[in-house]
Design a protein around this ligand. Structure first.
Ligand code: 5GP
Length: 194
């Protein structure tokens, strides 16, 4: 999506460790006009797909997923991180490796918010090695629900999460795919006509 790529070129910061910082429009301060346009694009891409629920992960996924849920007029569920678990908790639980914090943490969704009849669109801000996304897919599958598709704002195409998850047969639509980030801070995108 040209608009998002332009914005990343203008305001994205390349940090050591192949981290792209987008705090000025996506991850801290939020450009709601841009996020609305991104949601319209996801709705266009998945217009023929039945969706009953949007699933994301806190915290940064929520802002991106909210306008997507509005487009589809379905509830938004966000998976919660770092929850201490009681045996009585009626939740689906999975483990996710945090790329940014270098640690494993539990991610949970209450069973009552995801069930076997749900047709789910998963939304997240970044796709890197795929751990966050694998966790979300696992939660949907524990519920017996169906993953209809995956919406990613920025995929780091030089990490292999996207390739491995597509190989498993999931449809992933990424609005910007970064092929390379240079030491002097340039971001190079994969050619896309979206
Ligand atoms: P993965 O689990 O695919 O390795 O990484 C995805 C998660 O890590 C995303 O939910 C995102 O929060 C975080 N992440 C991974 N790479 C980056 C990055 O370059 N910049 C930012 N801001 N977050 C990232």
């Amino acid at each position: 999506m040209e608009l998002l790529e332009q914005r990343i070129r203008k305001d994205g910061e390349v940090l050591p460790g192949n981290i792209l910082k987008v705090n000025s429009f996506l991850n801290h301060q939020i450009d709601t006009v841009l996020l609305d346009k991104m949601a319209e694009e996801f709705a266009r891409l998945y217009k023929d797909v039945e969706v009953t629920k949007i699933l994301t992960i806190e915290a940064s996924g929520i802002a991106i997923a909210y306008p997507v849920a509005q487009q589809f007029k379905v509830p938004l569920v966000f998976a919660k991180k770092h929850q201490s678990l009681n045996v009585n908790d009626d939740v689906y639980v999975t483990k996710v490796w945090s790329f940014t914090h270098k640690a494993d943490y539990n991610v949970v969704v209450a069973r009552k918010f995801l069930n076997k009849d749900d047709k789910v669109l998963i939304v997240d801000d970044f796709l890197a090695n795929g751990s966050a996304l694998n966790g979300l897919i696992d939660l949907v599958e524990q519920a017996g629900a169906k993953v209809q598709g995956i919406c990613i704002a920025i995929e780091k195409g030089f990490q292999d999460g996207g390739e491995k998850i597509r190989e498993r047969g999931y449809r992933i639509e990424s609005l910007a795919i970064v092929d390379k980030m240079t030491e002097d801070g340039k971001v190079i995108f994969r050619n896309q006509n979206k």
